[in-house]
Design a protein around this ligand. Structure first.
Ligand code: ATP
Length: 249
């Protein structure tokens, strides 16, 4: 089997007496979408924050691209290509769609942020930004002010910004939240294509999207992974149906 891109082993984080993650072990393999599902308060956000570097684990290890990144700060992990999207929108609403994508591309090129104007004429980052916008289907609205985009288009733009960083793995926190069914379907189609660029660790409450997208699903309950399996395996598991899907066993 090929080495995982990202792996966590025995990850623990407590808040007082509460074990928010309690020995979580899972991995993200090349080319896959690995969804993490679980009831409210199961520890999904706590897990994602530890993976991205915003929270230090009490115990356990995080490896990314073969390196132990457990002690690295958020920025260092991002520079290695760990792209987190969605929960905290970083878009500048008054700027155009292209300018937002360009800010990402400039960051990727390691340039100082202040030189935006000359960089707009600089073919390198600009090309990268335009390609990313085309890729997510926003090529036609590059000159539009970001505030004028629909909710779904903003999600697409956040993906484009992440793409300019040449990610090696995406970590997505509830990308479907707040989208109507048309927006969810559009974003689902985009995410299905994105895993070819880099694998996706996906925390999502929208089960239609999870079942349509996931290659593997891990179910988190009270901070513990109760199972990892394919969509079919997870749907059929009586513990999952009881604990999460709300069905009587
Ligand atoms: N900073 C914190 N201080 C104290 N308790 C916290 C903190 N962050 C999270 N918790 C608690 O840890 C548990 C796990 O929370 P977490 O947000 O990780 O769950 P979640 O699965 O992401 O939930 P949701 O689906 O509602 O977003 C919850 O009981 C929550 O109240």
């Amino acid at each position: 089997m090929t080495d995982p891109v990202l792996s966590v082993e025995g990850l623990c984080k407590s808040f007082g007496a509460l074990r928010a993650t309690d020995g979580v072990t899972l991995d993200l393999r090349p080319g896959e979408i690995h969804a993490i599902i679980g009831p409210n308060g199961a520890g999904k956000s706590t897990l994602i924050q530890q993976i991205c570097g915003g929270l230090s684990p009490d115990a356990g290890r995080i490896r990314f691209l073969g390196a132990d990144v457990t002690a690295l700060p958020v920025r260092a992990r991002a520079r290695m290509g760990l792209a987190r999207t969605f929960q905290i929108s970083s878009l500048a609403m008054e700027d155009t769609v292209l300018q937002n994508a360009l800010l990402g591309a400039l960051g990727a090129a390691g340039r100082p942020w202040g030189f935006l104007r000359p960089a707009l004429r600089d073919a390198g980052p600009r090309t990268l930004a335009e390609q990313a916008l085309e890729r997510v289907g926003l090529g036609d609205v590059a000159a539009v002010r970001t505030a004028e985009l629909s909710h779904g288009q903003r999600r697409q733009l956040e993906v484009a910004v992440a793409l300019t960083l040449s990610p090696r793995a995406f970590v997505m926190d509830e990308p479907m939240a707040g989208l109507g069914s048309a927006g969810s379907q559009q974003l689902t189609a985009l995410l299905a294509e994105l895993k070819a660029d880099a694998p996706v660790l996906l925390v999502e409450h929208d089960m239609d999207a999870v079942f349509a997208l996931a290659d593997r699903i891990s179910v988190l309950v009270y901070g513990q992974v109760v199972m990892t399996g394919t969509v079919e395996e997870v749907r059929a598991d009586p513990r999952v149906r009881e604990a999460y899907l709300g069905d009587a066993p």
